[in-house]
Ligand binder design. Structure first.
Ligand SMILES: [Zn+2]
Length: 274
């Protein structure tokens, strides 16, 4: 099966208000068999019944305001259903937390995150090797493109400034508030991180991807380490050593990927969306 282009209802997305700096993982857990999760989730994105709330007042009164949404659906065979473009945010995948207090600037997860629904039934069977493999490839592309460190974050307080990294619904304040347990204990987070790093090497070459060199939208080069530490002058670090600490480990890095390899990656047409 090739990838699928999903045609979501118009109220399931808004123009993305902030640049992508997170990837959030969910599990579908629909009330059907594992093999039918993908089709059921595609249908739900395209369904006129997927309405979370309607506009209470004003010119749009009574029309759908939001629904359950996502950026992409990852089938159990590794195929992807592309729901939204990068510049579209899902109106609800993981939303706000609780801290609507004076002086706080709360954010909703989809504001910053590409949100991925991994197909898994309500029986919570293991995710498949094909899902980890394809998921790691697509997450690696996003991590390279948007300078996202390959570290899973627990978002206890969804207030600005928002961090950069990977997260999962059960590690967000929104998930805690709503009792969400996806993707849950069957999601092998640390092995998946290692696989994303491996895919980054395959995409850009080199021997070390624990320091990522990424070109911003305006063309100005900037470097972030895997732990999200910003290095303002990348040329000064080219060929030099840097260290990264995450998950209690420290790595030393040399061999930043050469510019031309990164440009080659970013020059790739977005045909994987087709
Ligand atoms: Zn979720």
């Amino acid at each position: 099966m090739p990838d699928t282009k999903v045609n979501p209802q118009r109220w399931l997305w808004v123009m993305r208000p902030k640049r992508i700096q997170m990837i959030c993982t969910h599990a579908t857990r629909g009330a059907t068999t594992p093999s039918k999760q993908f089709g059921a989730t595609v249908n739900w994105m395209e369904s006129p019944n997927n309405v979370g709330a309607r506009h209470p007042t004003g010119p749009l009164q009574g029309q759908p305001a939001w629904g359950s949404s996502c950026s992409a659906i990852l089938d159990r065979n590794g195929d992807v259903g592309w729901v939204l473009l990068d510049n579209q945010s899902p109106t609800y995948g993981a939303g706000f937390g609780t801290l609507f207090l004076p002086g706080n600037d709360p954010y909703w997860v989809g504001e910053y995150a590409s949100e991925w629904e991994w197909c898994q039934s309500a029986n919570r069977e293991d995710f498949t090797t094909a899902q980890y493999d394809r998921g790691a490839l697509e997450y690696a592309k996003l991590c390279l493109k948007y300078d996202i460190p390959v570290v899973h974050l627990t978002l206890n307080h969804q207030v600005e400034p928002a961090p950069r990294g990977l997260t999962r619904h059960d590690k967000t304040e929104n998930g805690h508030k709503l009792g969400k347990s996806d993707p849950g204990t069957k999601f092998h987070e640390e092995d998946f991180e290692d696989l994303i790093r491996q895919k980054k090497v395959e995409l850009v070459g080199g021997t070390d991807v624990a320091v990522t060199r990424v070109y911003q939208m305006d063309g100005k080069p900037e470097v972030y380490t895997e732990a999200g530490l910003h290095i303002p002058d990348p040329d000064a670090y080219n060929g030099l050593k840097a260290t990264t600490e995450a998950r209690g480990d420290t790595w030393e890095h040399t061999n930043l990927p050469p510019n031309d390899q990164l440009w080659r990656l970013f020059a790739l047409p977005p045909s994987y969306r087709a």
